[in-house]
Design a protein around this ligand. Sequence first.
Ligand SMILES: [Mn+2]
Length: 626
Amino acid sequence: MNLVNPKLVQERVWGIGNAFKVLNPKLKLTFDSQNLQHKLFEPIIYSLNSELHWKQSIAVNPAEEANRKGTMKILSRKLLHQLSFKQVSFFFLLYQLTHGLCLMEGIVKWAIRRCTYSTGKVSDFGQPTSASHPQLMKEGEITPGIATKEYISRRKRLLELLPENSLAIIAAAPVKMMTDVVPYTFRQDADYLYLTGCQQPGGVAVLSHECGLCMFMPEPKPHDVVWQGLIAGVDAALEMFKTEEAYPVSKLDKILPNMIKRSSKLFHNKLTATPTYTDLETFQNAAHVGKVSDLSIFTHELRWVKSPSELKLMKESAAIACQALLQTMLHSKTYPHEGMLSAKVEYECRMRGAQRMAFNPVVGGGPNASVIHYSRNDQKIKDGDLVLMDVGCELHGYCSDLTRTWSPCGSFSSIQEELYDLILQTNKECIRLCRPGASIRQIHNHSVELLCKGLKEIGILKRDAFRLYHQLNPTSIGHYLGMDVHDCSMISYDRPLKPGVVITIEPGIYVPSSFDGPERYQGTGIRIEDEVLITETGCEVLTGSMPKEIKHIESLLNNYSYTKDHHLSEKEISKPVSILNPRHDIVLHIIPVFLQNWPVMRASIYTQTLVNESAPCSPFCAQIFQ
Ligand SMILES: [Mn+2]
């Protein structure tokens, strides 16, 4: 292809530019590509030219080219709207007179080349970076709160766990469609996120002893970039995710089969397998000869114990959920409606920086509370009824999960109080058991004993208590918590707990309306769920700032309920802090919870997390509730 004399092209472009200057004297023209002004006439060139010329144009970074094309289309549309018919005709005439098609092609190429070389490094990788989102991330982090070196060490540790000469294939979560063109909110697969830090769909990560991490990245097509924006491609994989190798996903069928052939053992997550690699003949052959095994046993092993930076995010996620649920509790007296409370808790979580809820909030009023994972959230809450809210949010990949049950009207009936107290005492007893060496199963068995005994005393259960108990509570006392709500499902509940593991403690009672027992208890559901971090010497309750004593809840509802729509102020969106007490022997984890019209100091409900004690109420806190 003939390239026209660059000097000539430059003159012509100046010519077009000056023509525009005549049309609009205010237009500032310069060829500095950093200056957006000069791009004003490029769209015209583009809109008059055919797309063919772009396709034939010099090799440029596809992501950049696509982005430029998108921007130019938009700009050209905008600009054409601003121009009169006369102005456009004048330009067209000018174009006809001075430029042949070949010349136009040259101009376009030149323009692209200039911009390609002068734009410099791509800073948008389709997800936040420390450069694009300094408010969210520090330098050296791949995702907020997690540094590049931590991602590298996670991969190293996984390779150490795998047998020699292994190959692990981890696919990104697929985009699920709600309708033809509308996707459900995308959520990355936890293993893929844990190992790569990449938050977008369409990729396949391959980890091996031979080459380290190799990522097959989706290729940004111009159309997708225009409609969905930039995505991370091969460059991002190398630069940002620090892969040893990276290829476009279209090359997977050429490269991956050889990698599979060279390895002696193949691992993948059976539940999230995608046809991108399972359709490969080499993969199927390997599966046929029994070379393929499940990877999640290994990834869950790694994810089970949280690192200090993960724990920081877990604590923050829990603090957000606590503050959000407290605000929702205060809202519930004025707005006793499941749907409104669900909306309120999500709003409060997201205003505090959570990306999404960890699961659909459970907001069950009255008998709906006895449905364990109730999520219709569409009913009014009757005066005097309890409401059960099980909520959690997701902060940069880390989930929270807590439940409180209360009476929005501001007072518990004696029957409600009787059952509530049993659940609360069980909650506290079980938290006391949380320490290294204990297992979820042991704590669960203990909770069953406590509840069976209590329910018999109250008179709900009579003979055959154990069998009937399971009708009233078929759930486990808790589960592991982390990047997934039911985290690390491959790890048995019999496994002795270790420092750094986070579990939930969630005793409950769910008496259906149809239950064959005393009428006064029918249609009642109560659950009190806390998040517990196992520490070296005991445990720390991450959700300790959320009140659970009846007298505290009643005091809050009767004295601090919102009577009108409450708007968040800056100080209310706060993060937990840890400080050392004056004697330097206790670390205080303070989760500020600001209540409307309260002075800042008095409004801080804080938990003093001592070893072996479950978030005792501090004197400060007690004073607030009196
Ligand atoms: Mn839970």
